[in-house]
Design a protein around this ligand. Sequence first.
Ligand code: NDP
Length: 255
Amino acid sequence: MSCKIDYQAPPDLLANRVILVTGAGDGIGRTAALSYARHGATVILLGRTIKKLERVYDEIEAAGGPQPAIFPLNFEGASLADFHDMALTLEKEFGRLDGLLHNASLLGRITPFAQYDPELWEQVMQVNINGPIWMTQALLPLLEKSEDASVIFTSSSVGRKGRAYWGAYSVSKFATEGFMEVLADELESQPHLRVNTLNPGATRTQMRRSAYPGEDPATLRTPEDIMPTYLWLMGPESAGVSGQKFDAQPPRVSA
Ligand code: NDP
């Protein structure tokens, strides 16, 4: 579906909402966390590098946003018990969850499938799809307690059309799209809980630099540029929209 690149979010769009962002220490997740806090949300910053999460925490505080929370978690080693402990902690601290942005991902390697390392394949699937799936299951009861909850899974153009050499990353994003459809269909009778995917499109981050080392970053949109769709999809104006696949920017026109 089309992007909402021109959407202008009111300053209090996410007031009184509790929103968890994974991979909140860097790249798009960091900017989404800052942006959600700027629009009034209490943001739970989840990631694997505590120093980065602390910097985002400090930035939110310095900007006068609602006090955030830090939740250190590495999807690679996380167990079902960790996700259930997380749900218990969040239940105690906040009582509910109004938003969940699944953003953390690993690129793995861009390489012919014949040479793909099986261990790396497993690692990418664990971080990009298996971890997020079981985390979602553990957090469903908390999301169900919200009057208007939005779950956003981050996809990619290679999760909608396969591309040579993108291996586990591409397959994990196809799985993300499929899981979103299954869950959205199951939740049809719960209109206060919506689930969608969002493809950020080519964006100036470390992951993009690793995937396209020869590219001039100045030609790319920044994480800040793509926030309108991230805000719209998290906020009340997209209530009732579920099971849809969104793009955060128009496709790039190559010369
Ligand atoms: P970055 O690599 O810049 O950031 C990824 C974030 O995920 C980092 O904060 C990283 O933590 C975190 N992360 C990675 N592995 C784990 C793990 N095992 N456990 C917990 N957190 C982890 O990527 P982007 O910001 O570019 O990407 C964000 C999302 O957008 C991803 O889902 C990506 O697939 C998607 N995307 C990005 C595009 C782009 O052009 N940038 C295009 C299409 C999709 P740490 O900082 O500690 O490394």
